[in-house]
Design a protein around this ligand. Structure first.
Ligand code: 16C
Ligand code: ATP
Ligand code: CA
Length: 500
């Protein structure tokens, strides 16, 4: 049996198609003349979270009965209001291996057509075309969802456009980090055609255009946390996957100069920055997610219908409701300032992972137990250590071993965090540092005079979902379930999976 929610479409067979393979078989085996036939298209699960569109044709001597089946199935599909009818599609022809248009035309458009979905397709002509179109021009009321054909950078454009539009339409000040943002009503579908495609991989379990198209067609819905990033009272960007300073910031900066290489640029820059081995000094403060269930060291993973996301999401909205009824001004984190913790040090990497960040390079991701929609982000601090130790940490992203079980790595589940690089710290903080490291001052002078010695620069950059941020001192706040995707989270493998 197939659940009605996983039907793609039903098609009446034409007279001239009557010799088509599957139907002919039924006809012959029944040994009778068939009055009519119809084909049901449905989702079939394959290996490694992939979905395919399978079909079965039913033949029937009684034409009226056949019609009844077709109309009943159509009725069932029509009453399911979560299935989209009209989609706004943006294609980035320049991402990944530059195959987005081809992938859409060949694999996705025919499926949408079969499912009776109407589309308005825009092939972008320049960076930020999709974002700006969504911000100002797009007639969003006409659509049931937005589809992004591209990578994480393209997805970032879409969420910036949609979140901006939703807040501005409701008079919300984006530059104020304390504002409660309004969730976007349109769901977003991701057809992977980029270099990392981590958001697709971490929410569906695979980077496969057909699987993503089927999740859109059946009208799946997966809420997702979004971090807002501010510098003082200036809005910088939103992030849903990785906010990385140090190693991942440097890898991104270096790889941008190698865009022509396609996805391989990240590996080359990764090896280069690993060998460069820069560390950065600064202060990280964070607000622990005290009242949330789950920790970054849990063995359990965020999966389809995740109970942790459900529980934490409901608890947060109850607390927000209570605050509203009490007439409290701050609609922020509802946690007292005394809860903030501060860590100063030298770091090879500071990473905020709002989701696992699983991708083909690291199928378990940067924070394997992170949740898609629990209102928290996992703050991972990798302190200065030897190259050998850092390599051990990196390698554990690709094996079963725990990448956090090392004495130079710590991880905290947080609602909010801030970072200030050492050179931006207040005078009193700097004085303290100076007393601690008189010796280093002499060396850094020598290094400035002899740049070839390879000493560490003062600043790295933040990698924000694959975009470089313009500021290093940032304030990050998680907004629980601000957007929704046409996805359902990674499914546990089922007995129905095709193991052939
Ligand atoms: C030795 C093998 C170690 C492998 C360790 C792999 C860890 C990979 C973790 C990947 C996390 C991706 C997080 C996703 C971020 C996206 O929002 C963003 C936009 O698409 N992508 C990147 O920034 C792209 C980031 C790409 C980072 C690639 C890092 C590659 C590291 C290679 C280190 C090699 C050391 C070799 C020593 C001889
Ligand atoms: N028509 C265009 N011309 C040039 N750049 C574009 C165009 N449309 C979008 N972009 C930009 O291209 C950048 C990269 O796109 P995309 O995210 O699709 O691929 P990627 O960077 O290869 O993949 P990933 O982000 O998964 O690593 C995005 O930042 C986006 O703003
Ligand atoms: Ca989260």
């Amino acid at each position: 049996s197939v659940p009605v929610s996983e039907l793609v479409a039903v098609r009446e067979e034409e007279e001239e198609n009557r010799d088509d393979g599957s139907w002919k078989k039924i006809k012959e085996s029944e040994g009778q003349d068939c009055g009519q036939a119809f084909t049901v298209l449905y989702v079939e699960r394959c290996q490694r979270h992939r979905w395919r569109c399978a079909e079965v044709t039913f033949a029937c001597a009684d034409e009226a009965l056949c019609q009844l089946w077709v109309s009943s199935i159509r009725e069932q599909l029509a009453t399911n209001t979560s299935r989209p009818e009209h989609l706004l599609v943006y294609i980035n022809p320049c991402g990944g291996k530059r195959k987005a248009e081809h992938i859409y035309e060949l694999k996705v458009a025919p499926l949408f057509a079969r499912a009776g979905i109407r589309t308005h397709v825009i092939v972008t002509e320049y960076a930020n075309h999709a974002r700006d179109h969504l911000k100002t021009e797009a007639e969003l009321k006409k659509f049931d969802g937005v589809v992004c054909v591209g990578g994480d950078g393209m997805f970032s454009e879409i969420i910036h456009g949609l979140i901006w539009r939703t807040q501005i339409d409701n008079g919300i000040d984006l530059n104020c980090p304390e504002e409660t943002l309004l969730p976007c009503s349109l769901r977003i579908g991701i057809i992977p055609a980029g270099s990392t495609d981590c958001i697709c991989f971490a929410t569906v379990g695979t980077n496969d255009p057909v699987t993503s198209a089927l999740h859109i067609i059946v009208g799946d819905s997966q809420p997702l946390d979004v971090c807002s990033v501010h510098h003082n009272s200036l809005f910088l960007r939103y992030s849903v996957s990785l906010l990385g300073y140090g190693f991942y910031g440097d890898v991104l900066t270096d790889s941008e100069r190698k865009r022509w290489m396609g996805p391989a640029r990240y590996d080359l820059s990764g090896v280069k920055m690993f060998l460069t081995h820069h560390y950065y000094e600064g202060t990280v403060s964070y607000l622990p997610a005290r009242d949330a269930i789950g920790t970054p060291r849990d063995a359990a993973r965020c999966r389809s219908g995740c109970a942790v996301c459900k529980h934490n999401g409901e608890k947060l909205s109850e607390t927000a409701e209570r605050y509203k009824m009490d007439g409290a001004l701050d609609s922020g984190d509802h946690e007292s300032d005394s809860e903030w913790r501060t860590i100063r040090g030298k770091f090879l990497a500071i990473n905020g992972a709002s989701m696992s960040c699983a991708c083909p390079r690291s199928p378990k991701g940067l924070s394997p137990a992170a949740h898609l929609a629990d209102g928290t982000t996992d703050l991972i601090l990798v302190r200065k250590c030897s190259r050998f130790d850092f390599l051990r940490h990196l390698l554990r992203h690709t094996s079963k071993d725990d990448q956090f079980d090392l004495n130079f790595v710590e991880v905290h589940r947080v609602r909010r965090f801030r970072f200030t690089p050492r050179h931006c710290q207040s005078d009193s903080d700097l004085e303290l540092d100076l007393r601690e490291s008189g010796k280093r001052q002499i060396f850094s002078q020598i290094c400035r005079d002899h740049p070839a010695c390879g000493c560490t620069p003062a600043y790295s950059s933040w990698n924000c979902d694959g975009e470089i941020l313009t500021h290093t001192a940032i304030d990050v706040r998680v907004h629980c379930q601000l957007i929704k995707l046409f996805a359902r989270g990674i499914e546990e493998p089922t007995v129905f999976e095709d193991l052939a």
